[in-house]
Design a protein around this ligand. Structure first.
Ligand code: AP5
Length: 228
């Protein structure tokens, strides 16, 4: 590979960003920075950040940009100290976040190499999120119908307890989808204009989506002609 894996994952709730982020970060051995996971850990620890984020998360709203951006740029800088890449799951989510991310990474000499957009219908997204269970320890996602753990309610990876997220109630999920369409979907055009957007069919099975994401990353990082 000639280009480092510095990738942004976009898509509505339930698109499978978290599922694919974990697989891709493992495959390419780069740090995974998931804003949702960072916030959930802070909520659990009842830190100042967690107390602030909680009210927005439970309502299905976005945490304000000024709270998120500093947190993510610090995590990117830390990742860059030890690795040549990173995967961002759930960030950026607004045009302002994308602009600040661009400023930080271009100035630092480590620009984003690709934005992968996981495309899925709202109805399938709601179905997936309603069945989602997440490991209380390592945050790995499962689905009671679509991708159950080997042992009921127990994480295959670390043996942690599987729990349902507070914001996965159907009415909150539908609101999160509205927020996605209003505030995050415009990022597709933002990255299209920069010619680094790659849309993937996320209705497909998990392995199929991973294969498409890997094929895209290999093309991009190899700098192959017609990489888009
Ligand atoms: P966050 O945790 O990022 O939630 P989200 O973006 O709403 O995404 P989800 O985690 O719901 O879905 P996903 O796409 O990761 O799907 P998953 O892989 O889990 O953010 C939560 C909250 O934090 C936000 O609402 C906001 O308040 C705050 N926040 C976070 N980032 C922020 C930011 N940058 N700015 C401001 N606020 C921010 O899959 C879902 C289910 O489907 C699972 O059960 C999985 O097993 C299953 N599944 C996945 N793929 C497939 C497949 N291909 N086939 C079948 N099943 C599948």
């Amino acid at each position: 590979m000639s280009e480092p894996v510095r990738i942004v994952l976009l898509g509505p709730p339930g698109a499978g960003k978290g599922t694919q982020a974990y697989r891709l970060a493992t495959r390419y051995d780069v740090p995974l920075i998931s804003t949702g996971d960072i916030f959930r850990r802070n909520v659990e620890e009842q830190s100042e950040l967690g107390l602030e984020a909680r009210q927005y998360m439970e309502a299905g709203e976005l945490v304000p940009d000024d709270v998120v951006v500093g947190m993510v740029t610090a995590a990117i800088d830390e990742a860059n100290g030890q690795h040549t890449g990173f995967i961002l799951d759930g960030f950026p989510r607004t045009i302002r976040q994308a602009e600040l991310l661009e400023e930080h990474t271009v100035e630092g000499g480590f620009p984003i190499t690709a934005a992968l957009a996981f495309m899925v219908s709202d109805e399938l997204a709601v179905k997936r999120v309603a069945g989602r269970r997440t490991c209380a320890i390592c945050q790995r996602p499962y689905n009671v119908e679509l991708s159950p753990p080997r042992e009921e309610a127990v994480c295959d990876r670390c043996g942690g307890r599987l729990i349902q997220r507070e914001d996965d109630r159907e009415e909150t999920v539908r609101h999160r989808l509205d927020v996605y369409h209003a505030q995050t979907q415009p990022l597709l055009e933002f990255y299209e204009e920069r010619r680094i957007l790659h849309e993937l069919d996320a209705d497909a099975a998990v392995d199929e989506v991973t294969n498409c994401a890997v094929a895209t990353i290999e093309r991009v990082t190899a700098g192959a002609p017609g990489a888009r």
